[in-house]
Write a protein that binds this ligand. Structure first.
Ligand code: HEM
Length: 506
């Protein structure tokens, strides 16, 4: 009986000493916290399963390894190099694993997958009326995702997309007119293609162009420090000194202005408009109402998810054509032949461009070589765990595949996987093309695949034939190459070209 009492009294004495001496109290607390963190870090670092996965030593101990390595914007090279050095499965953080194995793609991302998006996606959720508004893209819960996706799915169908073509055509006119005016000059075509993509998506979404092409001004982009860094974003937003432009906020605000403008006009003025806003208002009138918040959410998400991505892909297509004159000539010859035989309208239609096999192959190949999103698409292993690349991973582990890595896989795309060769899509046998298609991750994969894919294929498929029908484009930069900075989006800089009109050649 005496022992517990003596323990109790010495514990009590310790507490009294600690509480009477606050510096000692904090010192003990700090030692406890450090010891706990150390034990936790070591137990995660050497966890069975995870500890057998090869990778850089620092990655085992700290989740700062990736942000540190990715800060220079070289994500595609960084991940390719990791896989070249360590193999198909690489540990990139204490509980994070990157995979480059064709057989893992369907397991992680397939239609009925239980692998949900990781917390990384929270950074992409904008604020609406001061509360976080997860979008169809960023939302993680499957039931909430379905609830967001279902009411708009029809608007992304082929028939709806065809009705949107005039929006792209009006932007094409502005784009091609501007190119004619700048004929022979040195032009940053990268800027123009991005302005074009932003203006088309604005027109498709609310029948309002941003006017970037007319104003020739910079479009809002997500700052690299904010990308994937939820806490940095919060900290920067809270501090009063440096105001970093927040494109998420800008775009939500712009969306609300467009909605107000729509509502201020008589209903008759937009009764047969085929844009998203008019369609969603029409659905509400038919008895399928949508909350104001969801409306803002869908419309702003169109701009956030569909502008940079399409701009980057258009740049990639033009870049690979200009850098590969043989492919350029072949594509131009196919467009010219179709034009001569009356298969192309003044505004090349979506249906017409789908009938041009080589231009379609060029687009696909350019996006394979340069996927607009060249970051790992992170997912969380479900509670049941999973065996990937021969390693048992427990629930909660974050796994990912990066399109920029898997698109270079020689077992899928052949020995020349690193090269731009559109013929791999037109000359390979049917089985091989299907196999390559099954591992193409330009637009994501499976249950969370891009819903706007066909909108961008429509936009790009129409513009490229019109561009090469009217112009010869050549590289005019003093630098031999463009520069790419990847913070989720693989953005290119320095697509400096010169355009010459071909009217006389047609
Ligand atoms: C070339 C152009 C585009 C590319 C390369 C692209 C790429 C992607 C990728 C890779 C994902 C999957 C991301 C992930 O799994 O984490 C995605 C999802 C998504 N994209 Fe796109 N996208 C493009 C155009 C568009 C357009 C034009 C829109 C809308 C108008 C759009 C809307 C979306 C949405 C809403 C999602 C989330 C779908 C879901 O989770 O259900 N995208 N996109």
């Amino acid at each position: 009986m005496s022992e517990p009492n003596s323990h109790n009294s010495s514990a009590a004495r310790l507490i009294i000493t600690l509480s009477s001496d606050s510096s000692l109290y904090y010192a003990v607390l700090a030692v406890l916290v450090v010891t706990y963190s150390l034990i936790r870090t070591l137990s995660i670092a050497f966890k069975p399963g995870l500890s057998s996965i090869p990778g850089p030593v620092f990655a085992k101990f700290s989740s700062l390894y990736r942000p540190w390595k990715l800060a220079n914007g070289d994500a595609p090279q960084f991940y390719r190099e990791l896989h070249r050095r360590y193999g198909k499965i690489v540990r990139t953080g204490p509980k994070t694993v990157d995979i480059s194995d064709p057989s893992a793609v369907a397991t992680i991302y397939g239609i009925n997958t239980k692998f949900l998006k990781s917390a990384f996606y929270d950074t992409f959720s904008p604020f609406y009326q001061e509360t976080v508004m997860p979008s169809m893209f960023s939302i993680r819960d499957p039931a909430q995702h379905r609830a967001l996706r279902r009411p708009v799915a029809q608007k992304f169908s082929m028939s709806s997309i065809r009705a949107m073509e005039p929006f792209a055509d009006e932007c094409t006119d502005i784009f091609l007119d501007s190119m004619r005016k700048m004929e022979g000059q040195v032009v940053d075509l990268g800027d123009w293609l991005q302005w074009y993509a932003f203006d088309v998506i604005g027109a498709i979404t609310f029948q309002r162009r941003f006017g970037f092409m007319e104003k020739q001004e910079d479009v809002p982009t997500v700052h690299k420090w904010l990308m994937g860094n939820k806490w940095v974003a919060k900290l920067l937003a809270a501090q009063p000194f440096v105001k970093i432009p927040d494109p998420l906020r800008t775009i939500v605000k712009y969306t609300q202005e467009c909605m107000d403008e729509y509502d201020s006009r008589p209903a008759l003025e937009h009764s047969d408009r085929p844009d998203f806003l008019a369609w969603l208002r029409g659905e509400a009138a038919k008895g399928k109402p949508m909350s104001e918040r969801d409306l803002v959410n869908h419309l702003s998400n169109n701009l956030l998810a569909g502008s940079d991505t399409t701009g980057i892909s258009l740049r990639a297509i033009v870049y690979f054509l200009v850098k590969n004159p043989r492919a350029y000539k072949k594509l131009q010859a196919e467009v010219d032949a179709a034009n001569r035989t009356g298969k192309l309208s003044h505004y090349v239609s979506y249906a017409e461009c789908l009938e041009l096999p080589y231009p379609q192959a060029v687009m696909k190949e350019a996006m394979r070589c340069h996927p607009g999103v060249s970051y790992p698409l992170e997912r969380i292993v479900p509670d049941t765990g999973v065996k990937l690349c021969g390693v048992q991973l427990e629930g909660g582990t974050i796994v990912s595949v990066n399109a920029a890595v898997i698109h270079h896989d020689k077992s899928i795309f052949g020995e020349d996987a690193a090269l731009f060769r559109p013929e791999r899509w037109t000359e390979s046998d049917e089985e091989r093309v299907k196999f390559m298609d099954r591992h193409l991750m330009t637009f994501g994969y499976g249950s969370r695949t891009c819903i706007g894919k066909n909108i961008s294929i429509m936009e790009m498929g129409k513009l490229i034939p019109q561009l090469v029908r009217d112009f010869d484009i050549e590289w005019a930069s003093e630098r031999p190459e463009w520069r790419v900075k990847t913070f989720w989006f693989a953005k290119q800089y320095g697509l400096i070209c010169r355009l010459r009109s071909r009217k006389e050649k047609k």
